[in-house]
Design a binder for this molecule. Structure first.
Ligand code: DON
Length: 570
């Protein structure tokens, strides 16, 4: 034992030194008090696009310091948990789709789980009516968080120690960062909801109103992150943090218990992989519906000359809307957590099935979604996506979420982080739409330990066996259609990453039977669709996409114009 002492002392010195040399701080490489939003860039080496400049900058810096894309994805997510509390999280969950330079594909499922005390009808009142207020806000809305387990599962593919990867997030939580106008407005708008759904005050509540340029310091969160740094995954799922979560649950009539936390595990799944013309597309399998939906829709258009129809034309949009309708009808019936429900994956993506699905497609008129159930798509709820590629060609796409903006609005007292409201992604009652208007049934019914169905669609594209595209977006049920449109825009209409990320979007999800268009979509196409029998609805904006596309051996990196999203690289 004595023999090893100098070695231990030396390691501790190295460790202390690593912290002291943190690249985050006033006047340092990443300065949380002075930063700018950068929408596009071309980089030769490591590249990140995420929902916040500080997160992208820290991710890129980790790669500069010898980390790979997996390391950068971990740091970017942890920094997002600090600087973008609306969606970045340690109290939520997510999915990672990655590909190593040797061609190995990786899919990590760290989706939240229903707690052991959850039950099928837990959100129904005595008359059997769905109480969606309970599945959407407050303690009962939260599933068992998966993010920290997911980050440790990701670390198996990285190169740097976790302690190095988490330190930037600790520094920013501890010393603060300057908030943008969008963040200030968003915190102000959520103030009452934080007060209503939390049992203790938190860093998000301040005297008076938040304004751009204010500093947000999160001491409790910094301490939680330090416990994770020092104790690994157990720093979250056991010990003091777990205790704080369970105490918060007790104060607010929640049901997450110590055993739920201790037994949570990220799951490694087999990534979905299919060919589209000359490309390989890699996506997330269930419990995300996104990968299957994109697979079906891409296959439904593959043998039609969509490029010749022209981007945004009525002909192209009508075809895509009909593929969206069919894929979402399947989602409602057949998709769920594969560990609890047999998802007929092989059939859903088989050529014969897909051809059959499009048999009744008529290019001159709208088909109808029978048994319409009313439901609206909310547009200001938050999830977040990050796209990363390193200089060796490792690719990582991560979409992570609390579900709604700031999740269930419950801050874990003394631990400083928000819990998710992911339980609403289960089918609370057959046919009752969730907050995104999605309906479901048996496949997605609540069961203890089961993971709720998701739409998150982190996606990779390979061309000639080489990395080509990393992309994804938030947006609830609009996620798969946004990813689909970005893929079609880049693969068929030859758009750049920035053009695809910023192009106006449209969305059909089977029910409600309507096509929703973003504000800037061309009116001629909308009128033509209306004349064909479609219910055309004007929306505002949705999604905040991030894409990396390889052009001339460089990484074309683009962050969505719709938010504070920003790119970084070198
Ligand atoms: O997993 C899902 O499908 C949803 N919880 C995602 C929510 C979302 O994207 C909200 N963001 N805009």
């Amino acid at each position: 034992m004595k023999k090893n002492l100098p070695l231990v002392a030396f390691s501790l010195l190295l460790l202390a030194n690593a912290y002291a040399q943190s690249f985050v701080g006033a006047g340092k490489i990443v300065d949380p008090f002075h930063y700018t939003i950068v929408k596009e860039g071309n980089f030769k080496n490591g590249s990140v696009a995420s929902a916040h400049p500080l997160a992208s900058l820290c991710g890129a810096e980790i790669m500069k310091q010898g980390g790979n894309a997996f390391d950068a994805a971990i740091t970017t997510q942890l920094v997002l948990a600090v600087v973008y509390p609306g969606a970045g999280n340690i109290g939520g969950g997510g999915f990672l789709v990655g590909r190593k330079t040797n061609g190995q594909t990786i899919a990590i499922d760290y989706r939240e789980e229903a707690p052991g005390k959850a039950s099928r009808d837990m959100y129904l009142d005595k008359e059997g009516k769905a109480q969606t207020n309970l599945s959407q806000s407050g303690h009962l809305a939260s599933g068992v968080p998966g993010t920290i387990a997911g980050l440790f599962a990701t670390a198996a593919y990285g190169k740097l120690p976790f302690k190095t990867l988490i330190q930037p997030a600790i520094d920013i939580a501890e010393h603060g960062f300057v908030i943008t106008e969008k963040e200030a407005n968003s915190l102000n708008a959520t103030r009452e909801s934080f007060i209503k759904n939390s049992t203790q005050t938190s860093a998000f509540i301040k005297e008076g109103k938040w304004k751009a340029g204010d500093t947000l310091v999160q001491k409790d969160l910094a301490e939680t992150l330090k416990r994770i740094r020092d104790n690994g995954q157990k720093g979250f799922y056991e010990g003091q943090t777990a205790q704080l979560i369970v105490e918060e649950m007790k104060r607010g009539n929640g049901i997450i218990g110590l055993e739920d936390l201790k037994s949570y595990k990220a799951k490694t799944r087999t990534a979905l992989q299919f060919k589209y013309k000359g490309y390989e597309i890699i996506g997330m399998p269930p419990p995300s519906s996104g990968g299957i939906i994109v697979w079906q829709m891409m296959k439904m258009i593959e043998h039609r000359p969509i490029a010749s129809y022209g981007y945004g034309s009525a002909k192209a949009v009508q075809l895509m809307v009909e593929t969206e309708r069919r894929a979402y009808a399947d989602r409602a019936e057949h998709h769920g957590d594969p560990d609890y429900y047999k998802v007929p994956l092989k059939t859903l993506v088989s050529d014969a099935y897909i051809q059959n699905r499009m048999k009744d497609y008529d290019s001159t008129k709208a088909s109808t979604s029978k048994d319409v159930v009313a439901g609206i798509i909310k547009e200001h709820d938050e999830t977040t996506h990050l796209s990363v590629m390193d200089k060796e060609g490792n690719m990582v796409a991560v979409t992570t979420t609390l579900n709604g903006g700031y999740g269930c609005r419950t801050v874990v007292g003394g631990a400083g982080f928000l819990l998710n409201n992911e339980m609403d992604d289960f089918s609370v009652k057959p046919g009752v739409p969730n907050m995104y208007g999605a309906v479901g049934g048996e496949a997605n019914a609540i069961q203890p330990g089961k993971r709720m169905l998701s739409s998150m669609t982190p996606t990779l594209v390979i061309k000639n066996n080489q990395p080509f595209i990393v992309c994804g977006t938030p947006g609830g049920t609009t996620i798969p259609t946004t990813v689909y449109q970005m893929l079609v825009d880049m693969l068929e209409f030859n758009m750049s990453a920035a053009e695809a990320v910023n192009a106006p979007r449209f969305h059909h999800q089977w029910l409600p039977d309507e096509v929703r268009f973003e504000k800037d979509f061309n009116n001629t196409t909308k009128k033509q669709l209306s004349a064909m029998g479609y219910k055309v609805v004007d929306g505002t904006y949705w999604g905040r996409a991030e894409a990396i596309k390889i052009v001339n051996k460089e990484k074309q990196v683009a962050a969505d114009k719709r938010g504070d999203d920003s790119v970084a690289g070198y």
